[in-house]
Write a protein that binds this ligand. Structure first.
Ligand code: GLN
Length: 199
């Protein structure tokens, strides 16, 4: 499996490193030709408005939207969660997302209370020890569609999954614990790609 990391802005290097540690073939993606070579993608944390605007400038917006709606597995962390969301509250004026995930996120939701914090999290399927989650001006998930599974909650959902799409409000790439990336590869992306292959 080739896994790309969208490298327009944000902490893409940390995701690349985490994926490499998981033993997959990982590469950065900045252009449509690079997107075409990957089976799955990570949307990193950073600034969702900047990433969306750069995607427009690099002629990546429509190709990304098309691949996601065609079923490419994607993991979005923080800003990446916002970019996957179908609906955004407290969005910047004119803010666009790639969409695909049937959730409503509230941007900078935790940021209005505390800019950043860390906590131990119960994550469905990943326990013992709990996941140490780093939140940085993070969104939360305000509501989910019926086909979305909530994997972790702090008052609101902070990790969700819908088919081949996974999103977390927090940044697992900053802790050196690769269990979320491994979960994405083995339990989200691989089954989604296998299911698509037999169709
Ligand atoms: N607040 C940022 C946004 O709206 C997300 C922050 C992050 O990715 N750490 O895009």
């Amino acid at each position: 499996m080739r896994v790309g990391v969208l490298a327009l802005q944000g902490d893409f290097r940390e995701h690349l490193f985490a994926l490499e540690e998981c033993g997959v073939n990982a590469s950065i993606v900045r252009r449509p030709s690079e997107l075409a070579t990957v089976d799955a993608l990570v949307l990193p944390g950073g600034e969702s408005t900047a990433i969306a605007n750069l995607a427009r400038s690099f002629d990546m917006f429509e190709p990304l939207r098309a691949r996601i709606s065609a079923g490419m597995p994607v993991y979005g962390s923080c800003a990446g969660m916002i970019l996957l969301a179908d609906r955004v509250l407290d969005a910047a004026v004119g803010q666009e997302t790639f969409g695909g995930l049937d959730i409503t996120v509230r941007r900078n939701a935790f940021g209005r209370q505390v800019d950043s914090f860390e906590t131990d999290l119960d994550f469905v399927g990943i326990t013992n020890p709990p996941v140490r989650a780093v939140f940085i001006r993070a969104p939360w998930v305000e509501s989910v569609g019926h086909s979305v599974e909530v994997l972790a909650t702090i008052e609101h959902a902070v990790a969700v999954r819908q088919g081949g799409l996974l999103a977390t409000s927090f940044h697992p790439e900053l802790t050196g614990d690769n269990r979320i990336h491994r979960f994405f590869i083995e339990s989200v992306a691989r089954p989604a790609l296998e299911k698509a292959a037999v169709k």
